[in-house]
Design a protein around this ligand. Structure first.
Ligand SMILES: *Cc1c(COP(=O)(O)O)cnc(C)c1O
Length: 386
């Protein structure tokens, strides 16, 4: 066993970060290619720096936050949080009582853990569904959550979206949409309406997903609900602080859907090229992905030869992509328990500096190297932890 615990995953992440730091010291930021799709960014202006203060900051940035936030998400009022998870927690604390029930509908199970965890901490019951036939409100339901696009970028069909909102609203139950990536993925690629334009009551999005903002949560909705949620957020310290708000405002100003649209055409060509090296490669809305299962399949000829797990194979692959090709993917840098799927997002800013041939060479070289070292425990440990 190469990866035995979360502690090992922490060590792997530290090794990846050391590698990134030393690369940047030598070659600067352009020596790296972050195709995780979660690179985020912090596009503040020099003139913003003087206002990154506790009280002057909100005075300066909140007006722009309201304007830019409502342009992006619709609704009457906007609220910024430290993370999308924080917005979800604040909403559940504000709108759900102990003993109530929260229903969650999403395109494909499982849900982002922040939703069931927040419901549990509030002492309510939780049910999640990905089949319309199973979705039923009860007398105890006090909140319906819809995930517009999952962590793996599965998007909810429009008809299901509208139907869930209709069912909830027949009983006057508020609907919160977790549109972490969906606020852009659904609208730009699938041309679906914004969640609030479909009469959802609240929506939250992550300002680092498919846009170059800080990792933070931006919520919008009707004023009355937002005010209730804001009170909870302030009580528990969940709201974004002025520097993050400044980053959100500038990222919203810079947001240009064209990069997402360009990635759609480019990914088909990349998919065809990579398919020759890895037949199991799959398309995502804005790029490609290779599952851990497929990576292991590529490096083992028959079942009885398998001595490493799928997760180990994928993590090794991600670390080789980082160490040999300066290419950042989630299984190398993610927190313990992170998805082991290698996803390359062509809507990432750094994708502009790397062409498809370079990307497919990196994948093919890394796979070759992985095949060579997979049976050499010493070499594997070195790649994962040194
Ligand atoms: C990323 C994501 C979240 C959480 O975002 P954080 O910034 O990590 O809190 C919640 N739900 C979905 C569907 C996501 O993709």
């Amino acid at each position: 066993m190469l990866i035995c615990s979360s502690l090992d995953e922490v060590r792997r992440r530290e090794a990846a970060l050391r590698c990134i730091a030393s690369r940047v010291k030598e070659h600067g930021r352009t020596g790296l290619y972050d195709l995780s799709g979660l690179a985020g960014g912090f596009p503040v202006k020099k003139s913003d720096l003087a206002f990154l203060e506790t009280y002057a900051g909100p005075a300066i940035f909140s007006e722009s936050l309201q304007k830019e936030g409502k342009d992006h998400l619709g609704g009457e009022k906007v609220l910024a949080f430290n993370r999308t998870s924080a917005a979800i927690l604040a909403t559940i604390m504000a709108l759900v009582e102990p003993g109530d029930e929260v229903l969650h509908y999403l395109p494909k199970l499982p849900s982002h853990p922040s939703i069931p965890r927040s419901v549990k901490i509030q002492g309510a019951t939780y049910h999640e569904f990905d089949d319309l036939n199973d979705f039923k409100l009860s007398e105890k339901t006090s909140l319906v959550v819809i995930t517009g696009s999952t962590m793996d970028h599965q998007v909810l069909p429009l008809a299901d979206f509208e139907r869930i909102i209709e069912i909830a609203h027949q009983q006057q139950i508020p609907v919160m949409v977790d549109d972490a990536s969906g606020a852009r993925l659904r609208t730009v690629i699938y041309q679906q309406p914004r969640a609030l334009d479909m009469s959802a009551d609240l929506v939250v999005t992550s300002t680092d997903k498919l846009m170059d903002g800080p990792r933070a949560g931006l919520m919008a909705g009707n004023t009355q609900l937002i005010d209730l949620i804001q009170a909870k957020a302030n009580q528990f310290g969940l709201e974004a602080q002025p520097p993050v708000v400044a980053g959100i405002v500038r990222a919203l100003e810079h947001f240009n859907p064209q990069r997402i649209l360009d990635s759609i055409n480019r990914k088909d060509a990349l998919y065809q090229t990579v398919k020759e090296v890895v037949p199991g490669v799959e398309k995502t809305p804005t790029g490609i992905m290779i599952s851990a299962e497929n990576i292991l399949k590529e490096i083992t000829d028959s079942k009885d030869e398998t001595h490493i797990s799928e997760r180990e194979a994928a993590t090794l692959m991600a670390m080789i992509l980082l160490k040999d090709h300066n290419l950042i993917t989630i299984p190398a840098v993610g927190m313990p328990g992170v998805s082991a799927t290698i996803r390359l997002d062509l809507a990432a800013q750094d994708a502009e500096r790397m062409d498809n041939t370079q990307i497919s060479h990196a994948i093919s070289d890394a796979l070759q190297r992985l095949k060579q070292i997979a049976t050499d425990e010493e070499a594997c440990l070195n790649i994962l932890y040194e």
